[in-house]
Design a binder for this molecule. Structure first.
Ligand code: ACO
Length: 338
């Protein structure tokens, strides 16, 4: 009889929980008043249109991996997990330190997480939730036990600081979570993920990739900076996050009334208010920090989750909902029992 090969685990899927969260933002604060001196704008315009009052900007020489590692150390400390215990590191980022190696490999080196496999994913502001779902699958099916998920971006490195349409909106930072098997709650109950590539050009960085490499001839055109159609992005943000949250709640068999806290992507206060209206959820249930950090891309929802967790906005057993959208267009929502 021929020898049969070993197969992947046939054990039933197991429950996956977030057992620790962490975050990091750079020290340097860039206020609306300072932006008034850089482009034709005003504190009143920025605050009334977006809710953003200030954002953090990474120091020179401070890369995405440095911020990511600090957020990770924070999360590992809360989780009581050592670097050697981490089986996998996934980073959602659109501002990697280098195209290769992956930023996750740079973070592995900083942390000394020598037993981890590492890769990055590119899903813009949805990167953290996409990564949570990938991690969830790996743990649920018994491939790995402990996964470090990070959302980190240094958006200041791809902003055109002379474009008032974009430069007032973004900031730098990182948020992290440690995921592991845990039997005492339902953990990450479900994640709905979706994309619509037809809307790719409403929020994109046109150059720098193989389609349009930076050359001495086009270098002055700032093709490697973020371009945005603000009004269309606003509209798609409300529609896509509304659809994702509704789908995730339906998949989980829950209603909005079951939720203790909602952690949305932190892009614009008016987007969050429109989403609250659409979902018929009181705005007080939403955790908002965009007034202090602006939009930190993949880091935004992760930083907000860490803040809400440390502030005690929910306790073990409560249901929370995370919901995001970003360039791509990508969008996602997770329902978690803490
Ligand atoms: N200061 C002053 N005026 C400005 C500024 C500014 N910083 N930025 C744009 N304007 C001007 C424009 O030039 C335009 O002027 P015009 O009418 O003379 O052409 C006008 O303001 C635009 O006004 P509105 O369209 O009324 O502005 P709106 O209410 O749509 O607000 C905003 C603009 C804040 C950009 C909004 O559309 C928005 O938030 N969109 C979504 C942005 C977003 O979330 N992006 C990132 C999402 S995904 C990710 O996180 C990577």
């Amino acid at each position: 009889m021929s020898k049969s090969p070993k197969t992947r685990s046939t054990k039933p899927n197991r429950t996956v929980s977030i057992i620790g969260t962490g975050s990091y933002v750079p020290e340097r604060i860039l206020t609306n008043a300072e932006l008034e001196k850089m482009v034709e704008t005003s504190d009143e315009w920025i605050t009334s249109r977006t809710g953003i009052r200030e954002r953090r900007i990474a120091a020179e020489g401070e890369h995405t991996s440095h911020m990511a590692a600090k957020a990770a150390q924070n999360a590992m400390e809360q989780a009581g997990v050592t670097a050697e215990e981490i089986d996998l590191i996934i980073i959602g980022t659109i501002t990697p330190d280098t195209f290769t190696p992956a930023t996750a490999c740079h973070v592995q080196r900083i942390l000394g997480a020598k037993n981890a496999a590492c890769f990055d994913i590119s899903a813009a502001c949805s990167g953290f939730l996409y990564a949570v779902e990938i991690a969830q699958q790996f743990i649920a099916n018994h491939t790995y036990n402990t996964v470090l998920v990070i959302g980190a971006d240094k958006l200041s490195s791809i902003i055109d600081w002379q474009d008032r349409n974009t430069c007032v909106l973004f900031g730098d930072g990182a948020g992290a979570a440690v995921l592991r098997y845990r039997a005492r709650s339902h953990g990450v109950i479900t994640t709905f993920m979706a994309s619509d590539g037809n809307y790719g050009d409403i929020l994109h960085v046109p150059g720098g990739g193989c389609a349009m490499p930076t050359t001495p001839e086009n270098a002055g055109q700032k093709l490697n900076t973020l371009k945005m159609n603000g009004r269309e992005t606003f509209k798609q943000a409300v529609l896509s996050m509304g659809a994702a949250a509704t789908a995730a709640l339906a998949q989980a068999g829950l209603t909005a009334d079951d939720l203790t806290c909602i952690i949305p992507h932190q892009a614009n206060m008016r987007i969050i208010e429109s989403l609250a209206d659409r979902l018929k959820i009181p705005i007080e249930k939403f955790h908002v920090n965009l007034d202090r950090y602006g939009n930190t891309s993949a880091a935004a929802v992760a930083i907000a989750l860490d803040e809400a967790n440390r502030e005690g906005r929910f306790k073990v057993g409560d249901y929370i909902l995370l919901v995001v959208f970003g360039g791509g267009l990508t969008y996602a929502s997770s329902v978690i029992q803490w």
